[in-house]
Design a protein. Structure first.
Lengths: 205, 205
DNA sequence: GTAAAGCAGTAACCATTGTTACCAACAGCG
DNA sequence: CGCTGTTGGTAACAATGGTTACTGCTTTAC
């Protein structure tokens, strides 16, 4: 079976990175020996520990089958580690002649469930932020990155945005206006301009 | 391919239930025609709309491959609907001779990713509750159901419980004591007794 | 063009929750 | 037994965010 999967075995010293957040994703990981930490950095550079991996634990399983082909978090060796990496195609793969449509079905299924998990994990991120300002900053910064320009249109109305961020609409308005007064952003209705990216970043979290 | 999967086709009139939250889960659904709503009821009887399904949308995909074999939400026809139901085993199934270990691998993978999605959706539920009291009530009620008795031990220390619910520890203590004063619960350290289940339920959400 | 509906900003007030700091109860240990 | 560290309750105060209600600006429909 292992031959069929053709996994890559790698060794890491303490504090080495098994994977780096944002890097291209090629292979699902299995920690064979040692201990590693899954950490997520946000835009402000703050780091959150997601989990600690022990021997036998799998990492990157959500990204493996989703549409997103970047590592959603970094994995850092806490001690010397050994890890196996296997490309997700190998798992769903047709090493043992199966009907192609069946294979397609399984792949789709995995992708659907994984995408769902990714979306939920995004939602958890937003909900875990306590201040409205932090939520706004995170939201805007993400839009800014996605749209690539400092001036863009918000994809949601205030109403919807408030619901999405789980806050009251007037509170959202109030806070956005404060941020405008402070010169961090400028906006009118749905069009928005980020005037000070660094300041915005620092408000994240 | 469809023969291989052997799906059940069912028709529903407006307002009929395609699935009922808490019922045993046997088959994954695909909405072929019509429109349906996915709703989640909480213990207090309040209903949240999760999504609206259109033609071609899949429902129950997370439960299908996870360890949990109950419907996590209800699906209600908004208009006359047609839906296809197929048992998840058929998807992962060996209709086309594949090596058993490979099949095992795929099933495990699906289960892992699905369980992850379920856990995240649970977390979202907790984080979406705004009042501390609501969080406590939800948490306690869930423990109560899981442990089956009105007197039980909390699995977390105050510290950890506060972190889990994403609130400050003193605020948690304060609120728990208020609930004790009101006669809804009684507790000492980690041992807790639910004195008024109905009152507790009504505090959920 | 005008009425009606929906959307967004504003302000005052109030409730809830976080913060900080301190204290009491308890567990483990010599 | 008393020391120490941990855990949990308490209280005062500050800050944050929700509520409500009103306003004016846009958009849509007729």
């Amino acid at each position: 079976m292992l031959q069929c999967l053709n996994p890559a075995l790698r060794k890491y010293k303490k504090n080495e990175y098994l994977s780096v957040q944002g890097d291209d994703f090629y292979a699902l990981g299995i920690l064979l020996a040692g201990e590693a930490m899954v950490v997520k950095d946000n835009a402000a550079g703050q780091r959150t520990i997601m989990t600690v991996l022990g021997e036998g634990d799998i990492f990157g399983e959500t990204a493996a089958f989703s549409g997103e082909k970047k590592w959603p978090a970094s994995v850092i060796a806490q001690r010397n580690c050994q890890a196996l990496f296997l490309p997700p195609e190998k798992i769903t793969g047709n090493c043992c002649r199966q009907c192609p449509s069946h294979r397609r079905l399984i792949t789709n299924m995995l992708r659907i469930v994984s995408d769902r998990a990714l979306a939920l994990s995004k939602k958890v991120e937003y909900l875990s932020i306590k201040s409205i300002r932090g939520k706004i900053a995170t939201f805007l910064f993400e839009q800014y990155q996605k749209q690539g320009s400092a001036t863009f249109m918000l994809p949601l109305k205030r109403n919807e945005m408030a619901e999405f961020l789980n806050v009251a609409r007037p509170s959202l308005s109030r806070e956005m206006c404060r941020m405008r007064e402070e010169g961090v952003i400028d906006f009118h209705r749905s069009s928005i301009k980020i005037k000070n990216v660094e300041a915005l970043k620092s408000m994240i979290e």
